[in-house]
Write a protein that binds this ligand. Structure first.
Ligand code: FAD
Length: 451
């Protein structure tokens, strides 16, 4: 059985591992990624100051040593190879392309300079080649981060860390240099709903109170009406409330930077200055209506204010990118699927032998570990549907390499990646960091060509 997996993030790797562990048949997995580097958001999303999370890479490295696994990096589906060609060379295809677009706030002036989507800002500080030239202007003193999840927290933390805290991480060098000279002193994390509905995880929220040069600020008014538990609490909600309460009773801090957590406000307009840059963010105050089933609905009160900020970073969710030949679900902004089986967008008819895993299947929900079981679940469908498929004769396995080479594509193997990996780690050692990322695809390919 020969399977193509498109995307080398956690969902792709966990699917590969489950397929390669099969004992009833030998599965050959070719894993493609549009970048020369593997691991998706583990490399390009997880915050540089959370290195422990990246230890999961060791699990993926083990998968890469399985004898029937191959990595074909620097190959983009839709640019270098078509879906039709994959169908000719593989018995089954798994799309694991993640969510590489942003959801929009949908408010006036959202696209103006210094209103920067999360993907761009996160990609910039994490050294994603697509965003190495992003214009991130840190000459402003106040920034609004819109959203109430961990991505908002990551974004605020990276903006407010001291250079000394960042130096020992694998933050991209260009970002480290820019952040050294940053004028940002105050960040506002803005939630549309209340503290009880925030989707922060407690350790990440708590960490905001432990940073070197930042005071977290929560006005007691923000917590009015919340039922705060006596003890630390068990649920995420209870733990978050307890942490927010502890921030709200802190005496005024003396640290140089402030982080405000505000709730029940919705941005309604980005305000531009005479040069067209962000000069403020108009907010409407919300109130919550609790429905009979316990869910909370947000309603605007009509009361507005303008928050004086020079930069806006919306972190309100992500969406899968559309690829020619792969059906797309416009409503959910994912690859059209029924429980991981790809379906035609309109008729919902199953497209045989094509599957989707990870965020491309579900949207941006779930931490890295959750993909292990979720990808294995989709592989169960692949096994159930695939009986006898391997009898279909395919071109030789290397025929796909030859096709790509004829098109001038420089395929990056896993061994090639390990060379880049070693080079990055050696560069990083010079600044006492786990790695110093190479952020330019051309530079990566040149380095490999020279060896
Ligand atoms: C900012 C941020 C921080 C996070 N921090 C944490 C954390 O601390 N802990 C945690 O557990 N989870 C964290 N997550 C969540 C975690 O990263 C995701 O759950 C996980 O990475 C999703 O896996 P995936 O494989 O679906 O997609 P991805 O990891 O996005 O991988 C998709 C891969 O597909 C490739 N690709 C895309 N299009 C193509 C194409 N056309 N052709 C070939 N290849 C393609 C991409 O290059 C990429 O390598 C974070 C997410 C974000 C956004």
């Amino acid at each position: 059985m020969r399977v193509a997996i498109i995307g080398s993030g956690p969902a792709g790797f966990y699917a590969a591992e489950t397929l390669l562990k099969r004992t009833d048949t030998v599965v050959h997995v070719d894993m493609f990624d549009r970048l020369p580097t593997p691991y998706g958001l583990v490399r390009g999303g997880v915050a540089p100051d959370h290195q422990n999370i990246k230890a999961v890479i060791r699990v993926f490295e083990k998968t890469s040593t399985r004898p029937t696994f191959r990595f074909l990096g620097n190959v983009c589906l839709g640019r270098d190879v078509t879906v039709e060609e994959l169908r000719q060379h593989y018995h089954q295809i798994v799309y694991a392309i993640g969510n590489e677009s942003d959801r929009r706030l949908g408010i006036p002036c959202e696209g103006i300079p210094r209103c920067t989507p999360a993907t761009v800002f996160i990609g910039w500080y994490n050294g994603h080649p697509d965003y190495r030239h992003a214009k991130i202007d840190l000459s402003v003193s106040r920034v609004a981060v819109v959203g109430n999840g961990n991505v908002a927290i990551d974004t605020a933390r990276i903006l407010l860390r001291t250079p000394a805290e960042l130096e020992k991480t694998d933050v991209a060098n260009h970002a480290l240099e820019a952040l050294r000279h940053s004028q940002v002193r105050e960040v506002f994390i803005l939630g549309r709903r209340g503290p009880e509905q925030a989707s922060f995880t407690p350790p990440e929220l708590k960490e905001l109170g432990e940073m070197e040069d930042v005071d977290p600020i929560v006005s007691p008014d923000e917590l009015a009406g919340c039922v705060i538990p006596e003890t630390e609490g068990n649920s995420q909600q209870e733990k978050n409330l307890k942490i927010l309460q502890s921030f709200s009773v802190r005496p005024p801090g003396t640290k140089a930077k402030k982080l405000h957590l505000r709730f029940l406000v919705s941005p309604t307009e980005v305000i531009a200055d005479a040069n067209g840059n962000v000069a403020g963010l108009k907010l409407e105050k919300n109130h919550l209506e609790i429905q009979p089933d316990g869910t909370a609905t947000v309603r605007g009160t009509g009361k507005t204010e303008v928050l004086d900020v020079g930069m806006v970073l919306p972190t309100v969710g992500f969406a899968a990118k559309q690829i020619t030949g792969v059906p797309y679900d416009e409503k959910l902004q994912v690859i059209a699927n029924e429980d991981g089986r790809v379906v035609e967008s309109a008729s919902r008819t199953v497209i045989a032998n094509e599957y989707v895993v990870g965020w491309a299947r579900t949207g941006p929900r779930g931490l890295i570990g959750a993909h292990k079981g979720a990808s294995a679940h989709v592989v169960e469908h692949m096994i159930a549907d695939g009986a006898g498929l391997e009898a279909r004769e395919l071109p030789e396995r290397e025929a796909i390499d030859a096709l790509l080479k004829r098109r001038g594509v420089q395929i990056v193997s896993f061994n090639d990646w390990k060379q880049l990996d070693n080079a990055e780690v050696a560069r990083g050692a010079r600044r006492g960091a786990p790695r110093d990322k190479i952020v330019d695809v051309e530079a990566m390919l040149t380095l490999l060509a020279q060896r």
